[in-house]
Design a protein around this ligand. Sequence first.
Ligand code: ADP
Ligand code: MG
Length: 360
Amino acid sequence: MRIGILGGGQLAMMMVQQSEDTNFDFLILDPTESPPASKYATCIKAEYDDIGSLNYIADECDVVTIDFENVPADTLRFLEKRIVVAPSSSAVEICQDRLKEKELFINCGIPVTKYTSVYDNDSLKASIDYMGKNSILKTRFLGYDGKNQFDMEKVDGIDYLKECKSNQLILEKKVDFEKEISIIGVRMNTGKILFYPLVENIHKNGILNYSIAPYDDKKLQKLAEEYHKKISDKLNYVGVLVIEFFLDKNGILIANEMAPRVHNSGHWTNEGANINQFQAHIKAVANCELESISIKNHSAMVNILSKKPDLKNIKDFDYAYYDYNKSERHNRKLGHITLNNKNRDKLMQDLNTVYNFIKT
Ligand code: ADP
Ligand code: MG
C-alpha cells in the first residue's frame, strides 16, 4: 500500500522509518530542499497547491496523510475528491485556527482559559482592560513552538499587530498551571480509539524541552480520554490526534490546543510502547486493525534544540538518538533522545544528567 505524506519534516521521516518492516511505501510532497524525510522516501519538491503534483499523488497513492497541520485546507479538499485523506480537511482546518479549536473545546464541554478575539489595536486595548495584563496574545494561525506569541506583562509599547503580521489574533488569560500534560489517541475509521498514557511536558520559552511518560493519574487519564473521544468522534477523526492540556492549581484539566498528527510529546513511544505513535497513525490511516497499546517501562524524551550535542558526554547512558538531518539554528528542533527505565527515580536521575549535558 502506498501512503502519500504532505510535509517531509521529522514527523514524516519517523513515519517512514518506523514502517521499515511493513508493506507500506511512501510518497512525500514538500516544497523545501532536502527535508528530513527525503533521505528515506521518494520526495516530490513542489508547493502544496501544485495541481500536477497533487494529481500525481492521487494517481500513485492509496491514502494521504500529513506531517504538519498547516497544509492548506484547499489542498486536502482537492485530494479528498480523488482519494482518502486522513485526517480529513475539515478536522485539520479546525486545528489550524486557535479560535475554531477553542470553540470546539467549548462545544464539547471541555474547559478552556478565558479568551477574546483581537483584530485591531482598539480590540486589543479593550481585551486587556477586560482580561488584565496577565495574558498572552497569539496569532490564530501558523503559530508553533511558542512563535507569534506575546506575554502582555513582558513586552510593552510594541505594535503587536505589525509584529505578528496578522490581524487575526486571540488574547488568552495566562493559566497558572501545575503541569502541562498531553493525551495521545489514535482513532480508527470504525470509531475505535486506543490511547497512550498521559505524558508530562516541560516547555521553556514556549518550546517543548522534555517529556516524561507515563503521567500516572487514573482519574485524569479517564477524563482526558473522555475529552479526546468527544472531539475525535465529533470530527469523525482518523489517525493520531493529540490534545495538550494545562493542569491548573485546582486540579482542573484545561485544554490548550490540539494537533491533528503525531506529536513531539509522543516520541518516547518509539522505545517505550509495544506500538509507537508513528506505526499507530500509519495503521489507522491505512485502515489496518490495531489491537491494543501497552507501555514497557518509564520513558523520557529530550529535544535537541539549536545545536547538535556532543554524544561522547552521554556515552555511558542507555539511550536512543534521532537526528533529523537539519542544519543548526537557534531554537530549531534538530533531533531528540529517549531514555527508558523500569525504575522512575533512576529515569529521572538520568534525564537530569542528560538534559544538563545537551541543553543549550
Ligand atoms: P504552540 O502552538 O506554539 O505550541 P501553545 O499555545 O501550545 O502554542 O503555547 C506554547 C507554550 O506556551 C505552552 O505549552 C505553554 O507552556 C505556554 N502557554 C501558552 N498559552 C498559555 C496560557 N494561556 N497560559 C500559560 N502558559 C501558556
Ligand atoms: Mg503547543
